[in-house]
Design a protein around this ligand. Sequence first.
Ligand code: PLP
Length: 413
Amino acid sequence: MADVFDKCRAWTRVRDAVTAGIMPYGHVIEDLVDGTEAVVGGRKVVMLGSNDYLGLSADPRVKAAAQEAIDRYGTSCSGSRLLNGTRPVHGEFEQRIADFLGREAAVVTATGFQTNLAISTLLGHGDVVLTDRGNHASLVDAARLGFAEHRRYRHNDVEHLAWLLDTSGADRGKVIVTDSTFSIEGDLCDLPAIVRLAREHDARVVLDCAHDLGVLGAHGRGAPEHFGLESQVDLVTGTFSKAFGSTGGLIAGSREVVDFIRHLGHPAVYSAAMPPAAVAAADMALQIIEQEPERRTRLLDIAERLHNGLRALGFDTGRSTTHVVPVLIGDETLCLRFWTALLDAGVFTNAFVTPALPADKTMIRASVLATHTDTQLDQALEAFARVGRELGVIPATPPRTYEPVMTARPVTA
Ligand SMILES: Cc1ncc(COP(=O)(O)O)c(C=O)c1O
């Protein structure tokens, strides 16, 4: 007789990788030295595997704000916002984040993943949701949870999106949902084309700015500000677990849509509120983001150096123009070996293999923080060079030329 647990017994990937000594997941980070270095297996390594892009999770002001909130409110709300979990900090922060983004209202939830799942509330019977195939898993799951027809377009292929819109039925409610900065490949969505198509087809645009809120745009308002298209994006979602150095998620938009999600979105209603300490940390991070634009400048500078340093060695960093720097490896086992050898050489990164990517298109993801030093970056590049040559990912001698990357800096800077 079939047993639903059979698949677990048959699934040996992790055991195989551990046995082979090439397991890149679940390592204990024993310590994080100001976020830029990690202690793993008792060794200090350069941390290129964090999303703490502005280095704020280690900032004394952010830590103090969280500690004060714990003293004032305790460690948990022990319940949902609607029932018993709303403390003064929630409403105040929601208004501040809405004001920052130039939106009428915002709602915060315990994680960015939950925030995105709440989009499913908008996807009714008869509607169509159009999503990029490269979207984050939380957006994929949101589309699956909703009642709308789910149509997926090839990654960043706006012609495919146009065709899907053309064939979706003029009278149906339509919404385009996409990452603004794709989380593995670090490339930006083609927002100008997406909003144009949305206008032509009376579709709404929902943008997950998880990786670029606080980072892109002259004021850190993310990809919509970077492209000068804030007024044409209907709903912005994001997370506080990356540039904000905290944890939690947000949805910002018109008051009626935000209130609808706040009262009907299951992840907002049936789950405990964002802890006050996380709210206070994100709130302090917001103030720093507004007051210290030099962090964004530094991040995009150092990311550009990483991209171009890797490219000069012969690595392929794909189509990213952001601080999320993919290094294309190809074969899956090679990717796991590469990750392990890099750690041995003193650099912690992230490995992406199946099911996140096809087995022959695996990647290492490196991400810098505004607080990394040039010396740390040089150490990382040296390790990449050594491991890349040893494993035959790059040629023994660097290419004579390479196409340089310019990161997505604000147009006005
Ligand atoms: C694009 C994107 N959206 C949403 C999330 C989820 O955010 P959180 O970690 O706050 O749940 C992530 C996290 O990796 C992400 O990369």
